[in-house]
Design a binder for this molecule. Structure first.
Ligand SMILES: Cc1ncc(COP(=O)(O)O)c(C=O)c1O
Length: 377
């Protein structure tokens, strides 16, 4: 019997190359145990009280130091707000800043589960195309002449699913447009720290000190563990004030004080940085195996090799990938078809493959099986 503990269950023998989850052996149980031991030894019951609205001050200070060293730019604890992850941050921002019927802009493709959050808030979604340099800000500017969005949702670095990164010039242009037309930019930066071959540009978070329109959301899901349900928003003081004053926090206090008090010890001990280094090494190795196997066994798949993140976004010209998926599932193999990532029923010849969940042998095997399935007729 399968007793549910995790969100997605993959039967034995099945390889789901679509899953964007970290593999179980990469979840840092040992480091967390040590952090939890230190937490419990400190014996401070205040961390089990309703928490301060912005988050535990020790956690915010440690996170600000960590971000300052990673971004090589000063990040002040006052500019950070603790969340229960990027998904809940997005939901909260929709609650605070949109009304049903408002328009928002997203990239095409975009993170498919964000589309579900936007649907919960009954907002109208307008797709802005992407090219090699990330969101096409010229096209964005053209759309702004027709409609005023409440916000633009972007995944600027190692995009899910496209693995593209918005160039510095386009980041600046996006911020200029946001100021000029007064819309918010919600930058989902959850993959920013997972760079493999090249340093990414400065995060969008770097603009948020000066520009009240820019909100960066981030998470420990990709750099520690999704089950912690812990993340943060970095934004201008005026936005942080709106967040801390919302009804959810009036009633429930700051978000996830327990997990943040434990993770504080992982940041302080240097274990968070150690863990990120380990993840980068592991994922880079898995990515290499995925692309080598694709090139060897599925040469018709067109893609650009990602420089970070979790995903290979490939085009299979002439193939309806939703139909291919059904056939693949009968071969005990799965992926995510492109249409899931489209807000306008497009991208039918694309697929998203993930290299985060399986070890190199499984990835190689999975891609070979996918190629067999595709080459069957
Ligand atoms: C772009 C993007 N945003 C948000 C999330 C979810 O983040 P969290 O676990 O912090 O809610 C994911 C996870 O796949 C993601 O890829």
């Amino acid at each position: 019997m399968n007793i549910p503990i995790v969100q997605t269950y993959t039967p034995p023998g099945f390889i789901d190359l679509g899953s964007g989850n970290p593999s179980l052996e990469l979840l840092p149980l040992g480091m967390l145990k040590e952090a939890a031991d230190r937490y419990f030894s400190a014996g401070d019951p205040r961390t089990l009280q309703y928490g301060a609205e912005q988050g535990n001050g020790y956690f915010l200070a440690a996170l600000a130091d960590f971000l300052s060293s990673m971004y090589k730019a000063d990040v002040h604890p006052d500019s950070i707000f603790t969340t229960t992850g990027a998904s809940s941050a997005l939901d909260l921002l929709c609650t605070l800043f949109t009304q049903p019927g408002d328009t928002i802009f997203v990239e095409e493709p975009t993170y498919f589960l964000a589309l579900d959050i936007f649907a919960d808030h009954s907002v109208q979604v307008v797709a802005i195309p992407m090219d090699k340099r990330g969101m096409d800000v010229e096209k964005l500017e053209e759309r702004l002449a027709e409609v005023q969005p409440k916000f633009v949702y972007t995944i600027p670095t190692y995009h899910n699913p496209a693995s593209l990164t918005l160039t510095q010039r386009r980041r600046e242009k996006l911020v200029d447009l946001a100021r000029e037309h007064d819309f918010l930019v919600i930058a989902d930066e959850v993959y920013h720290f997972l760079s493999y071959t090249q340093k990414p540009p400065q995060p969008m978070a770097a603009f948020s000190d000066q520009v009240k329109q820019v909100i960066s959301i981030n998470s420990f899901s990709k750099i520690l563990a999704p089950g912690l349900r812990l993340g943060w928003i970095q934004a201008h003081r005026s936005i942080i004030n709106q967040l801390t004053g919302c009804g959810l926090l009036d009633s429930g206090g700051g978000l996830n004080p327990f997990a943040s008090a434990v993770v504080y010890h992982m940041i302080e001990s240097g274990d968070l940085i150690k863990n990120i280094k380990k993840l980068k090494n592991t994922y880079q190795g898995r990515l290499d195996v995925m692309t080598e196997t694709l090139d060897r066994c599925l040469p018709e798949a067109k893609y650009s090799k990602p420089q970070g993140g979790f995903f290979v976004w490939a085009q299979l010209p002439g193939i309806d990938t939703a139909r291919l998926r059904k056939r693949a599932q009968s071969f005990k193999i799965d992926f995510r078809p492109g249409e899931l990532f489209s807000s306008r029923n497009g991208l039918k010849e694309s697929i998203r493959l993930s290299f985060s969940y399986y070890n190199p042998a499984e990835i190689e095997n999975g891609i070979k099986q996918l190629a067999d399935c595709l080459h069957m007729d």
